[in-house]
Design a protein around this ligand. Structure first.
Ligand SMILES: COc1ccc2c(ccc[n+]2C(=O)c2ccc(S(N)(=O)=O)cc2)c1
Ligand SMILES: [Zn+2]
Length: 260
């Protein structure tokens, strides 16, 4: 069974063969065009209250670099914005390109960012993550765009320093005392719409909250991400890059903005 990936023989164009939801009408990512966005003054601000002690490990699963958090109780939660109730932070991960001019999954007015960071939260009213995947209000993902610049955010350093310990697929390292809210940009402005996981099985259970202001990373921080391998330690190095799904059909969905 050909496991899904981002190569020509198992990439986004073929995911629907094993994961039919990939052809649904609420798929993510999407291209956001400001002219089609509707400012919604009733949208509340969002709030994250994360416990740095909830961070557990960082791992390379051959498709992304992921930081995992303890989500066994309401320890690190996201509230407000378009959400009802508190959603528990489960993991964060990234998508990036082979060069700085692309790599993000969502595209804003034609702009592709070098990378996109996803903070994944789930709604505990559905019992557990697996249950939440089956609900339209099951999951909330905060998306932060990364652009390459000269004043990199020092907080990204922490994640990228760990990269040396998880170079190959399957490698995991302890990653503790980390509060991911330090990665948030100054502005709280966001777009929100209903969509799906951007990886198989592509369930349509996600309330997306995309932050308007990108954060900056340095060229060598991007090079660090690109030094991860898709393969295991006893296999040939195969750079883990271009792990992004292209924009999917909007199909009449409305993207709302918290800002004018
Ligand atoms: C059974 O084990 C799993 C484990 C993880 C699963 C998953 C099903 C869907 C998404 N996930 C994810 O964790 C996941 C995948 C994609 C995204 S994304 N890129 O933020 O849409 C977020 C979260 C099943
Ligand atoms: Zn993602």
């Amino acid at each position: 069974q050909s496991v899904w990936g981002y190569d020509s023989d198992n990439g986004p164009e073929r995911w629907h063969e094993n994961y039919p939801m990939a052809k649904g009408d609420k798929q993510s990512p999407i291209e956001i065009n400001s002219k089609d966005v509707r400012h919604d003054s009733s949208l509340a601000p969002w709030h994250a209250s994360y416990d740095p002690g909830a961070a557990k490990t960082i791992l390379n699963n051959g498709r992304t670099c992921r930081v995992v958090f303890d989500d066994s109780f309401d320890r690190s939660v996201l509230r407000g914005g378009p959400l009802t109730g508190a959603y528990r932070l489960r993991q964060l991960h990234l998508h990036w390109g082979s060069s700085d001019d692309h790599g993000s999954e969502h595209v804003i007015d034609g702009v592709k960012y070098a990378a996109e960071l996803h903070m994944v939260h789930w709604n505990p009213k559905h019992g557990n993550f697996a249950g939440a995947l089956k609900q339209p209000d099951g999951v909330a993902v905060v998306g932060i765009f990364l652009k390459v610049g000269k004043t990199p955010k020092p907080e990204m350093k922490r994640i990228l320093e760990e990269i040396d310990n998880i170079k190959t697929k399957g490698k995991e390292a302890p990653f503790q005392h980390f509060d991911p809210s330090i990665l948030f940009p100054k502005s709280r402005d966001y777009w929100t719409y209903h969509g799906s996981f951007t990886t198989p099985p592509c369930e349509e259970c996600i309330t997306w909250i995309l932050l308007r202001e990108p954060i900056e990373v340095s060229p060598d921080q991007m090079a660090k991400l690109r030094s991860l391998s898709k393969n295991g330690e006893n296999e040939a190095m195969n750079p883990l890059v271009d792990n992004w799904r292209p924009p999917q059909p909007v199909k009449g969905r409305v993207v709302r903005a918290s800002f004018k």
